[in-house]
Design a binder for this molecule. Structure first.
Ligand SMILES: Nc1ncnc2c1ncn2[C@@H]1O[C@H](COP(=O)(O)OP(=O)(O)OP(=O)(O)O)[C@@H](O)[C@H]1O
Length: 282
């Protein structure tokens, strides 16, 4: 349900267990989650170089709540990255609107973006890479170093501030990229398959790291992934998108509780969510 009472999405629950998702819990406590940004019937049509139009997003409506972890899953080419780029202000809208609670982001520092490949400057140390966005916004260097070091400690790279990106593993480079995205305390962190290029073990470890970082910072995260398991493990809510032109075909408030650890993967409810999400993707 949206806050004005219109049913926008199918909020399906796979069983009759009494455990509730984050949104349901808030509603039962008589309060509603705060909407940070509402995408209202947002559409995107690209023009190819040959002049043809590609409808990437059909009217897409979605509320993103303050402090939530929301994943977007859907078939390849359904517009997940397009939606993320629209949220980041990197792509223009063809229709609809974005409504930000405190006004649209005016500076790059309001939005943190983490890409599949960590984009680090190879000639700068890890500390300088993480401090880089603060330098761009002319934060005094001492303060910048302090904040960058705090972020490096948060992602477990405190001992590597002098290293160059090529001296770190793929997972460590991605942690540095996450530290850089968080260093200016953005209002929202957008992550586009950030762990897609990592091996499975490292990916599992990074998932736990990300949950810890999210708990410590309280950030709002919108996360694109091809992995149903990753989406179910990390998210408060999962939005499923249909094939191109993409639209939200289902939105789920997961009832797996706020504390996630490996043990949840043996929970029958976790299996049920995997099965539900898999069916919906088919
Ligand atoms: N700059 C562009 N110009 C033209 N078409 C584009 C452009 N960017 C994306 N598209 C098209 O828009 C559609 C959606 O692309 P998008 O990258 O958003 O999908 P996606 O769901 O993120 O895909 P994947 O899961 O494979 O990364 C695709 O058909 C793609 O070819």
């Amino acid at each position: 349900m949206s806050f004005d009472g219109k049913v926008l999405f199918c909020e399906h629950r796979p069983n009759n267990e009494t455990k509730l998702g984050k949104v349901e819990k808030l509603k039962q406590a008589g309060t509603h989650p705060q909407v940070l940004v509402r995408a209202d019937a947002v559409t995107k049509i690209y023009r190819s170089r040959m002049g043809e139009s590609v409808e990437a997003l059909a009217p897409t409506t979605l509320d993103i709540h303050e402090g939530e972890f929301l994943s977007l899953i859907g078939p390849s080419g359904c517009g997940k990255s397009t939606f993320l780029r629209i949220l980041a202000g990197l792509e223009t809208l063809s229709g609809g609107k974005l409504e930000w609670r405190d006004g649209a982001p005016t500076k790059g520092s309001d939005v943190g973006f983490v890409f599949q490949e960590p984009v680090l400057l190879p000639w700068l140390s890890i500390l300088d890479n993480v401090r880089f966005p603060l330098d761009v916004f002319r934060t005094p260097k001492n303060e910048g170093n302090e904040r960058a070091r705090a972020m490096l400690a948060l992602v477990g790279l405190g001992a590597f501030e002098k290293a160059l990106p090529k001296e770190l593993s793929g997972g460590m480079r991605q942690r540095a990229a996450i530290a850089r995205a968080l260093v200016y305390r953005p209002r929202i962190v957008l992550m586009d398959e950030p762990f897609g290029a990592l091996d499975l073990l490292t990916r599992d470890r990074m998932n736990d790291e990300l949950l810890r970082i999210k708990n410590e910072t309280g950030s709002t995260i919108v996360f694109v992934t091809h992995s149903i398991e990753e989406a179910a493990y990390l998210s408060d809510r999962v939005a499923v998108m249909s094939a191109r032109p993409g639209r939200i075909s289902a939105l789920h408030d997961l009832d797996l509780g706020p504390e996630r650890s490996e043990a949840i993967k043996d929970d029958p409810r976790f299996y049920q969510w995997l099965s539900t999400l898999r069916k919906e993707l088919r």
